[in-house]
Unconditional design. Structure first.
Length: 394
């Protein structure tokens, strides 16, 4: 992750730079105190003290924001905010109304550094302190209306952003946990299926091997028959294992759609995808061919197209040759296919042809478009239904 969120500690140099730039943008509102020091008619001694006070305030403010998330207690953060509030009060009372803007930074720092249960009290407290100091400063009320609302609303906006960032992080962690659990469940299922496939066969092989060993000295014909049975059982077990492994390796369209959403989102491509597909009457070979087509198309979109939007459609159509399931992938990129040996469009077309389907790919009006079609079985009244989306998307 290149950036760092509100309430998070930057972990590397790039994150520190991004947060420094983002925080530094908002320091532009300190132009009023700076202008007062330069053109306010203060004596040299007051100017020096004013500059020292402003630098101390900014330094303490930046330290508070950058150290947030390193395990500090709420008491330490509250103490730091109290220091900022005291600096703001002293500078405003001694130098004038232009320094009231410092209270806005106190309020925003409260929202950024404290949890909501505490910030809901400190932000109003900072606003009340701003009001009290503005009433005590000559002509301070003229600045009050322009500062009170930003201080109050800005502080609570920061609490919202902080909670949003934390929720997003929690969702990412939960998604990673779910993916890990799903992978573990798949491994357990594979182990269970292999046990069911091989347990009986291996037990039978062991039993017949023992029988052959006992029969071998006195009944070589019967022992040979047992050995032949062992060979047949072994061959059948090998076939079962290969079919099981092939089934696990065969891509599924629903899984590829889920992977497509993750891949496009990670590449900052806006994804428009259909909902859960209705695969009624779709043979496994046809589903696998469409899944490979989707994987290849999305790989090209992510790696080669430079697109910012990708639309995936999945519809049933009635053609002269019978009902087909049509997958379309269209992007608004440069149109590069980027196919490599064995994984390009030529290999994909061959895979679809083996499933009785077809492939169309080429430049579209705004980018590149790939259309893959496979035949589907005419189950029930499927052939009589009008063409329409399989899912609700696209």
């Amino acid at each position: 992750m290149s950036g760092v969120g509100i309430g998070q500690r930057p972990e590397n140099r790039k994150q520190k730079l991004v947060k420094s730039l983002w925080t530094g943008i908002w320091l532009v509102y300190l132009s009023a105190p700076v202008s007062d020091l330069l053109h306010g008619g203060h004596s040299t001694g007051v100017q020096i003290l004013g500059w020292l006070g402003l630098v101390a305030f900014v330094g303490w403010y930046m330290i508070l924001l950058f150290r947030t998330g390193r395990g500090e207690t709420n008491a330490l953060v509250l103490g730091s905010l109290a220091v900022l509030a005291a600096q703001s009060t002293i500078l405003s009372l001694t130098l004038g109304r232009e320094w009231l803007v410092l209270f806005v930074y106190v309020s925003i720092a409260s929202g950024a550094a404290l949890p909501m249960r505490l910030a809901r009290w400190t932000i109003p407290a900072a606003s009340v302190l701003l009001t009290a100091v503005a009433l005590a400063v000559p002509d301070g009320t003229t600045y009050l209306a322009g500062l009170l609302i930003p201080a109050f609303l800005g502080g609570f906006a920061m609490t919202g952003v902080r909670e949003l960032v934390r929720t997003t992080i929690a969702l990412r962690e939960a998604r990673a946990t779910v993916a890990q659990l799903a992978a573990n469940e798949e491994r357990l299922r594979l182990a269970r299926d292999l046990h069911d496939l091989l347990g009986h066969s291996l037990s039978l092989i062991t039993l017949k091997s023992e029988l052959a060993g006992r029969m071998l000295p006195d009944h070589p014909d019967k022992a040979a028959q047992q050995v032949a049975d062992i060979e047949n059982v072994s061959r059948q077990a090998l076939v079962d294992v290969r079919e099981a492994v092939t089934g696990y390796r065969r891509p599924r369209l629903a899984g590829e759609l889920a992977g497509t959403r993750v891949a496009l989102t990670a590449a900052d491509v806006i994804a428009d995808l259909p909902d859960e597909p209705d695969l009624t009457g779709v043979p496994e070979e046809s589903e696998s061919a469409l899944a490979w087509a989707l994987r290849e198309a999305v790989t090209n979109v992510v790696r080669h197209s430079g697109a910012r939007r990708c639309v995936v459609g999945l519809v049933r159509r009635q053609t002269l040759d019978g009902p087909v399931l049509e997958l379309s992938v269209e992007d608004n990129g440069s149109g590069g296919s980027g196919g490599g040996p064995g994984n390009g469009l030529a290999g994909l077309a061959e895979r679809l042809e083996k499933a009785g389907g077809s492939l169309e790919a080429g430049r579209a009006r705004n980018g590149f478009r790939l259309v893959a079609r496979v035949p589907v079985s005419d189950v029930g009244d499927a052939a009589d239904r009008p063409a329409g989306p399989v899912g609700s998307g696209a």
